[in-house]
Design a protein around this ligand. Structure first.
Ligand SMILES: CC(=O)SCCNC(=O)CCNC(=O)[C@H](O)C(C)(C)COP(=O)(O)OP(=O)(O)OC[C@H]1O[C@@H](n2cnc3c(N)ncnc32)[C@H](O)[C@@H]1OP(=O)(O)O
Ligand SMILES: N[C@@H](CCO)C(=O)O
Length: 301
């Protein structure tokens, strides 16, 4: 939320220079406030876990936030009950005449497929096209980010020599960038994927800005220059034990999987992993809600 300070306070100029969000008294007096409407397209198979993870982050704000959960109509989910989907989720046909202040498109375990092989790809393309006119800002996570880079900007994904799996450090390209306001110089975030995006593809694209790169040299946070689309290649929303669960699942299946890097204390898988990215995940979601959704969305539309 912006701070409302007297017009000629000396600190105002310095805060403005640092791009700290200051609102003068007149603008503050005339600003209309209403709850935000956020749409979540949940493509993760274990939908209830993802709901909880995202709601924790979206709940960390003084704003009122109305949540609508969206599922694909063209894909039959196999890891969640029909009851849960029928009770808590809607489909695109039912909401496409509405407008949303913000939208989240989650990851999905389909990165081994070409985009066109994903059975809801045509539906997702229609939804992503619709976001251009019906959503103020869309945040895309992991495969959702790859899908957005491909659909909106023509940037493909490529297979990694080995799964990018663990907790990695990331830099902050520009401390004045609103999305990263309050971030430390270096911060942790989990990654869990078999495919990646080329850094040069982002850097060379005239409509994109790279805001954060991992210690492996991979793009982590990407934003479109019109600020409508944000792409995050990792999983800031993951719980402390999500990578552990994925690791144990793959070991049980007999898959050739390395231990998540920089995760278990002393690389001892019997020890409790520490949640070392929690504060930055909260910060990123509240910055998004404040600067890209609340401050940008029209009061009436
Ligand atoms: C890169 C990222 O975005 S990371 C995000 C993805 N990560 C996760 O989901 C982590 C948690 N997931 C998991 O642990 C596993 O996916 C599990 C345990 C839930 C499922 O594992 P399995 O049963 O071995 O996988 P399975 O092959 O049945 O299918 C996985 C999912 O992909 C879906 N899928 C498979 N083929 C296709 C296809 N062509 N098009 C669309 N979806 C497909 C399946 O339907 C299923 O999703 P659903 O439950 O929503 O229907
Ligand atoms: N995060 C995913 C990667 C597969 O898309 C998993 O390990 O389940």
């Amino acid at each position: 939320m912006p701070i409302n300070i007297p017009k000629n306070l000396p600190a105002a100029d310095i805060l403005k220079e640092e791009k700290i969000f200051v609102m003068d008294e007149e603008r503050a007096r005339t600003q209309d406030i209403r709850p935000l409407n956020i749409l979540i397209l949940n493509l993760m198979p274990e939908k209830e876990k993802t709901e909880l993870q995202l709601l924790r982050l979206l709940g960390n704000t003084p704003l009122q936030v109305n949540i609508t959960f969206l599922r694909t109509a063209t894909h039959r989910s196999t890891h969640v009950s029909k009851y849960h989907l029928d009770t808590f989720y809607t489909t695109f046909d039912k909401i496409k005449s509405r407008r949303y202040d913000g939208m989240i498109i989650t990851g999905a375990p389909v990165e081994h497929l070409e985009f066109e092989e994903v059975n809801y790809w045509e539906e997702l393309k229609e939804i992503m096209e619709w976001t251009k006119t019906h959503v103020t800002s869309t945040l895309h996570i992991c495969w959702g980010a790859q899908a957005a880079l491909y659909y909106h900007y023509g940037i493909g994904k490529y297979p990694l020599p080995k799964k990018c799996f663990g907790i990695y450090q990331h830099d902050v390209a520009d401390h004045k960038e609103k999305l990263l306001r309050g971030f430390d110089e270096i911060f942790n975030a989990p990654h869990s994927r078999h495919t990646g995006t080329a850094k040069e593809d982002i850097e060379n694209h005239p409509d994109l800005r790279l805001l954060s790169v991992s210690e492996l040299g991979d793009p982590f946070i990407i934003i479109s220059k019109d600020s409508k689309n944000i792409m995050i290649t990792g999983h800031l929303e993951y719980d402390a034990t999500t990578l552990k669960d994925e690791y144990e699942r793959d070991l049980k299946k007999g898959l050739d999987i390395d231990m998540p890097e920089n995760y278990f204390p002393n690389d001892d898988a019997t020890k409790r992993p520490l949640h070392t990215w929690r504060s930055h995940s909260h910060l990123l979601f509240s910055n998004w809600l404040n600067y890209y959704v609340y401050q940008e969305t029209p009061y009436e539309w």
